[in-house]
Design a protein around this ligand. Structure first.
Ligand SMILES: [Zn+2]
Length: 276
């Protein structure tokens, strides 16, 4: 079929306009930032239900309007003795997250002498581990009423024998936080094992350097804290931790600081849209 010249011209023009609009949308997305309109994303995660998180961390985050993620194990004294305070933290918008009931880790590794034979992950079946993870979701639901949950691998151990145990219950979770020190761009993130930087003794300046690198590379940066101002052998001084969170608060226009679950949900949706 031969189209009249004016009709041909119309189609060509329409195609050009559509392509230009697409290009413009793409450019605008990057100008605004892929991370909920910002250059990068930062999640502040705190492991092992330590009382110092309630005493030192929650108050400073609340004073700056920032939200953190707290990986809780139901068996730890810092959980058992502070249930009402953890509930209050959830009410204030912090994420209560799943770190299992008994924190099982592989015992026969260097530096793992402290692992109790009763909760040695190498003696667990996959079913026992996943039941424990599901039960922890129930426990946390009694505090905050939520069903969506993220997981953090105790000791960063991802396998029982050859089995990636998380994969067998991945549908029960939004994402899992691992312990590999890495920051990735949004399309490169593996939600079954999101990297994080374990902090032990760093200065505030060092922590801020990591954030600046995330800003430059449009990446997701996940901090993994244990002790903050004491409470654990892996520790950061409270004053140094506070330099980091003050920097984050001052740069909120560029940095999306949110609970890990919010960022992971955003990544999940973003990745599924891009691959359609
Ligand atoms: Zn832990």
């Amino acid at each position: 079929m031969i189209l009249p010249t004016n009709k041909l011209l119309f189609y060509t023009l329409r195609k050009t306009i559509l392509l230009s609009l697409l290009l413009l949308t793409h450019v605008m997305t990057y100008a605004q930032g892929v991370w909920n309109g910002r250059k990068c994303a930062v999640a502040l995660t705190y492991d092992d239900a330590l009382q110092v998180h309630l005493d030192n961390v929650v108050p400073v985050l609340d004073s700056l309007g920032l939200k953190g993620t707290f990986y809780l194990s139901g068996y730890f004294p810092g959980y058992v003795n502070n249930i009402a305070r953890w509930k209050s933290a959830a009410d204030a918008g912090h994420e209560l997250a799943n770190h299992t009931l008994f924190h099982p880790c592989i015992g026969d590794r260097p530096g793992r002498e402290w692992v109790n034979p009763e909760t040695d992950l190498s003696r667990y079946t996959v079913k026992r581990m996943t039941n424990e993870m599901k039960m922890t979701n129930v426990l946390l639901k009694t505090l905050d009423g939520k069903t969506a949950r993220t997981f953090a691998y105790p000791c960063g151990d991802t396998k029982i024998g050859d089995v990636d145990y998380y994969k067998t219950v991945a549908d029960d979770f939004v994402a899992a936080r691992g312990t590999t020190g890495e920051m990735k761009k949004i399309m490169e993130i593996n939600l079954a094992d999101v990297g994080s930087y374990g902090i032990n003794g760093e200065s505030g300046e060092k922590l801020i350097e990591l954030v600046k690198r995330a800003q430059e590379t449009n990446s997701l940066l996940v901090f993994l804290f244990h002790g903050v101002g004491g409470g654990h052998s892996l520790n950061v001084a409270l004053a140094e931790h506070n330099k980091l969170v003050r920097y984050l608060e001052q740069h909120e226009a560029d940095i999306w600081i949110a609970p890990f679950i919010d960022i992971a949900s955003y990544v999940k949706e973003y990745q599924s849209k891009q691959t359609k």
